[in-house]
Design a protein around this ligand. Structure first.
Ligand SMILES: [Zn+2]
Ligand SMILES: [Zn+2]
Length: 419
């Protein structure tokens, strides 16, 4: 038997309703804020991620699905989608359009993770990017949209944590202070952190090793090193959030390792997921477009793992949508053609109809199947019905039956469904 590759899984029809619910909430919410969808390719030049995420990052160093195509070009299955969206922004010269560009995406991402940690190698993200303004109102409005989205999903215990990671003016000063703190502790840190110290000590905040996390918890806070402009920006963001009445927590150790992040950095946690299990993260990345060879254009965005959203949905949101309402039962071969035509007529007026052409099955077996499907009505095309161009409608809620002319079925079902 051939199984799905390690680290991948099928989303089966029985669970798809929850995924569709999440995606519909995302689309509807984001579009109210003038975001539009963008679909970028599943694979990109490897160089895009090497430059956009950074050679030294764990993603690029250890987790990418990189291969050579038949012409020897190095391509990579996208491990995230901010760099591809930024690439598209530059390639299509979207900075020339007036105003801000707001985009969202929904789709699969790929990282070569160790599956025993419960991480998937193909996972799904919903994300947004705003390009064109570094105004703190962009940060606040996008965060408000995010919290509205989570609220619509019923994730009311979502907690927003916020920080500023400075900019090229003040971050070097902080970096120095952080290094001065880390140097005497070098020997106690893990190998990864010692490498990070040389490369980008801010990445030590990403470390998952318990002892290192304790060391980082006492490290100097970046908020004490912000320049006046960054302090002002951060102050405005939190002011707007207070005006919205959005609860948030300031977390001076929320430092994102990626080089292009500037100023606002945030994450959202859910009670159920635990402190280390952030539901999502994001922030401002004013340096990215330039880094990728584009003009100086500021950006802000977030990405959330769809698996986690689906998993965290309250049970009440277990929507089943698109399930059939009407089941057609036949007793012999002569009923099949009538069934096909009746089903088409009903579908043309918007009904969801299921007809399983298994006329050898007893009527009783077909009714059991209709019951399992939880349809509201069964249409029976028995011998008499077929001869007289009639249909018997059985209402499943009370078992009542009536036989009417075939061409009146649609109208009668509409009456009965309304009642
Ligand atoms: Zn470490
Ligand atoms: Zn600054």
């Amino acid at each position: 038997m051939i199984e799905a590759p390690k680290g991948t899984r099928d989303v089966l029809p029985d669970e798809i309703g929850r995924w569709q619910f999440v995606e519909e909430c995302a689309r509807e919410t984001f579009e109210r804020y003038a975001f539009r969808e963008i679909r970028t390719p599943i694979f990109e030049s490897t160089e895009l991620f090497a430059r956009g995420i950074g050679e030294g990052s764990d993603i690029v160093a250890k987790e990418m699905y990189t291969f050579h195509d038949r012409k020897g070009r190095s391509v990579t299955l996208r491990p995230e989608n901010t760099a591809p969206v930024a690439r598209a922004f530059i390639e299509h010269q979207m900075h020339r359009a007036p105003g801000l560009q707001r985009m969202y995406y929904i789709g699969p991402m790929f990282r070569y993770e160790r599956p025993q940690k419960g991480r998937m190698r193909q996972f799904h993200q919903i994300g947004v990017e705003v390009f064109g303004s570094d105004h703190p109102a962009v940060d606040a409005e996008t965060l408000e949209m995010l919290m509205a989205f989570l609220g619509r999903l019923g994730l009311d215990d979502a907690e927003l944590a916020l920080n500023s990671v400075g900019d090229p003016v003040c971050r070097p000063v902080y970096r120095k202070a952080l290094l001065a703190y880390l140097e005497p502790r070098r020997d106690t840190l893990c190998e990864d952190c010692r490498r990070r110290m040389a490369d980008n000590p801010l990445r030590c905040f990403d470390c998952k090793v318990e002892a290192d996390r304790a060391v980082m918890a006492r490290a100097p806070a970046i908020t004490d090193y912000l320049c006046a402009a960054c302090r002002e920006h951060f102050g405005r963001v939190t002011e707007y959030l207070r005006a919205y009445g959005i609860r948030h927590r300031l977390d001076p150790r929320l430092v994102r390792g990626l080089d292009y992040y500037r100023r606002t950095s945030f994450e959202v946690t859910l009670q159920g997921l635990g402190a280390q299990n952030a539901l999502l993260g994001g922030g401002r990345y004013d340096g990215l477009i330039k880094e990728l060879g584009g003009p100086e254009v500021p950006g802000f965005g977030f990405a959330v793992g769809e698996e986690r959203l689906v998993m965290s949905l309250p049970a009440a949101a277990a929507v089943s949508r698109g399930t059939p309402e009407i089941f057609i039962a036949t007793v012999d071969e002569r009923g099949v053609e009538r069934a096909l035509l009746v089903a088409r007529a009903l579908r043309r007026v918007g009904r969801r109809v299921v007809f399983d052409p298994l006329p050898d099955k007893s009527l009783r077996a077909q009714l059991r199947r209709a019951n399992d499907l939880q349809v509201r009505f069964v249409l029976i095309l028995g011998e008499t019905e077929v001869r007289e161009r009639a249909v018997t409608i059985k209402r499943m809620s009370d078992g009542s039956q009536e036989t009417i002319a075939e061409d009146r079925v649609g109208a009668r079902l509409a009456e009965m469904a309304g009642a």
